[in-house]
Design a binder for this molecule. Sequence first.
Ligand code: CU
Length: 519
Amino acid sequence: MKKCIGKILLPIAVCFLIGDALGSTSEPVRLFVKEVPLKVLGKEVTVIAIEQADGTQGYSPEKADGFHVEVVNQLKVPTSIHWHGLILPNLMDGVPFVTQNPIAPGKSFRYDFPLKQSGTYWMHSHYGLQEQLYNSAPLIIWTPEERAKAARQVVVMLSDFSFTPPEQILKGLKSGMQTPNMKKDPSAEKSESSNSVKMSGRMGKSAAAGVIAQKWDDQKQRLARTVLRAPEAEIDVKYDALIANRRTLDDPEIISVNAGESVLLRLIAASSNQNFYVDTGTLEAELLAVDGKALQPIKGNFFQLGVAQRLDLKITIPKDGGAYPILAQGEGTKLLCGVVLITKGASVPKLSRTASVSTAALDNTQEKMLRALNPLSDRSINRTLPAALGGNMATYVWTINGAAYPNSNFLAIQSGEHVGIAFTNSTNMGHPMHLHGHDFQVVEIDGEKMSGALRDTLMVPPRSKMTVAFDADNAGVWPLHCHLLYHLDTGMFTVVKYGGTDATFWQPKAQAKEFGTSN
Ligand SMILES: [Cu+2]
């Protein structure tokens, strides 16, 4: 109510209206970051949730109301919540040691800003390895247009689960040893230290069984599933299970739908290290948006979804009804998760948690077909930032432009520029690269120019080159990083910094001290 003090003579109702228009006096929604129990494969574990007082997961505001949140840290350790994909003022971005200090246990932090986007976003901890314990939640921004997209709308958060604590997973990766999970998987190779041995071993095995991949069916103009004689995707963390809306496929969320109605699935890859292939089975889907940003719609029943990305898939339930599993298979694994859409009277099918064969790596099949519905203006790029993605499983240090974070390097830009980021991936793994605070557009894939999708997270497949462009219209110091949690944590992170920015909160040395790392 501070803003109203100077307007004391105005009637209170008018004062409230003024306050709302300014976007700063609305009562915040309190988001409690807390430990919660979860049962996975019959075992009780403790994980984290971001919940409102009434148990609602996350926060889904009306765009017109703006963003008004107070994050309350009820954990025993510090935290900080990032609003993934939102175009917001720099100091509202929620990244500890870049735009704010961590929120201490028992403390809270207030976030207020106007909303510029609508659609499917999400929130997650940007502190340490908390994302692996599901310190994350949906963030859907509503408008009348978003509501009108389908008769029913369903949010599906996909994630990866391990009984091994994240610190121990990381330790295993760094030491070049197998994680305990890897030992349980008979298909895992004995050592992570020799890529050539491992790749040839996998190719030999895969050649017999084939791997699942995605294809563009040019005749039918749709994205579809295929089986290839190709190498299995190289992945670094083997999970015990995949989960959708915090449930495994032996006890999935069952969602009641009506025969004949349209359903918009808002799928969020809230996983720490696991990319997905999404399969809508017998239901033909229309991909309406990626990362919350509208596309020229594209059809299919098999889609790629990198860590931190989102897919808005519109489907129509057939008139005769039935049960319709919406499944996601982990890249480089046989593990499945999903939800089941079901009409009245239909019986719930028994679903296996594993597919019969593994998958190929995510590639550019889908990305090359995507076109933004509202592309950025056709300006020429004034400045291209290099982003050479390096590192490997053997050393488990991941780099951007040869350096592992924390460091004080930055990519410099100026307000008003139209900036390109040229990603070159020289590693054997795909990296889902996320730029904070901006929408960017895919403008070139492997030398081919295009007016591709608008995104906030780009999957850069192994050994590929991709360029994105964005308007430098949001001053600040903005993280640019791989969204694979264990790559982010071991160095694949840098910042894009506008000239003249007050970077008081950007403290790479303090981050190194907090987490006991230095580079
Ligand atoms: Cu990465």
